[in-house]
Design a protein around this ligand. Structure first.
Ligand SMILES: NC(=O)c1ccc[n+]([C@@H]2O[C@H](COP(=O)([O-])OP(=O)(O)OC[C@H]3O[C@@H](n4cnc5c(N)ncnc54)[C@H](OP(=O)(O)O)[C@@H]3O)[C@@H](O)[C@H]2O)c1
Length: 247
């Protein structure tokens, strides 16, 4: 039987890379519920590609900033597609800016999408996982949770919160066969990091012993590993995928 995986922020960047790897996986067959506010051309193309035989990709449009709608979204997912095997909390906002001039509305939005939405999605999708006595929750953090970076204090707080949440939740649900982990990527070139260009970008690359940035595919591979049977004994931890830049 195929394993159902819910991926948030699936329209582009890392989320899209995760969806592609899930659909291409040959050892385990994954069905995917892809959540984002918009349907990107690439996601629509994938939907067409996987629409022929058994439909394995379903795209759901939802704005995770609307926290009050999350319970209904989860109920609908389980009713329409069954109990999920895994939840990948990947959607996030990456506003940067010095704290002193950051609008309170931006702080609110960032903490809602990056922290509260993953917590609520975990809460409502954990129930069906507990009934299955098997499941995986993977939260996408960032190396910024542990390293300082000028202009990213609120974003850093959101990722550190997600890591703390993951460690304690892992303790709470381990006995029921559910693992909870984080993947913490370093800088990847996506829409979120568009402003990182020129000398700043080169200096980030130089910090890596491998002389390069991690790619969305590198981080997606760590997610796929955590979903596998081989990762059965891994819970309550963070896998860093940063081409060694924090070593
Ligand atoms: N890029 C990096 O260097 C980097 C480094 C470390 C960690 N990360 C983390 O990796 C993850 C993916 O980042 P990325 O670089 O792929 O970002 P991205 O290219 O900006 O993509 C963000 C995704 O989140 C979705 N999203 C944003 N707000 C949403 C909302 N309110 N409701 C539903 N979906 C929403 C976006 O879709 P729509 O706009 O269509 O809604 C999009 O699919 C994030 O957790 C990020 O913090 C990124």
């Amino acid at each position: 039987m195929n394993k159902l995986v819910v991926v948030t922020g699936a329209s582009r960047g890392l989320g899209l890379a995760i969806v592609k790897q899930l659909l291409k996986h040959t050892v385990i067959k994954y069905d995917v519920l892809a959540i984002s506010r918009s349907k990107s051309d690439e996601l629509l193309q994938l939907e067409e590609e996987y629409s022929t035989s058994d439909k394995r990709l379903h795209i759901l449009n939802a704005d995770l900033l609307k926290l009050n709608n999350i319970q209904a979204l989860c109920t609908k997912m389980v009713k329409d597609y069954g109990r999920p095997y895994a939840l990948i909390n990947n959607a996030a906002l990456g506003f940067d800016g010095v704290l002193a001039t950051m609008h309170n509305s931006q702080i609110d939005e960032l903490l809602s999408v990056n922290v509260q939405a993953p917590i609520l999605l975990s809460k409502y999708l954990l129930r069906p996982m507990l009934l299955n006595r098997k499941g995986r929750i993977i939260n996408i953090s960032s190396i910024i949770a542990k390293t300082g970076f000028n202009g990213l204090s609120v974003y850093a707080a959101s990722k550190a919160a997600l890591e703390g949440f993951s460690f304690s939740l892992a303790r709470e649900v381990g006995k029921a066969g559910v693992t909870v982990n984080c993947v913490a990527p370093g800088y990847m070139q996506t829409d979120m990091t568009q402003s990182l260009q020129g000398e700043k970008l080169e200096s980030v690359k130089r910090r890596s012993p491998l002389g390069r940035l991690a790619t969305p595919d590198d981080a997606a591979s760590a997610v796929l590993y955590l979903l596998s049977e081989e990762a059965n004994a891994i819970t309550g931890t963070v896998i860093t995928v940063d081409a060694g830049s924090t070593a």
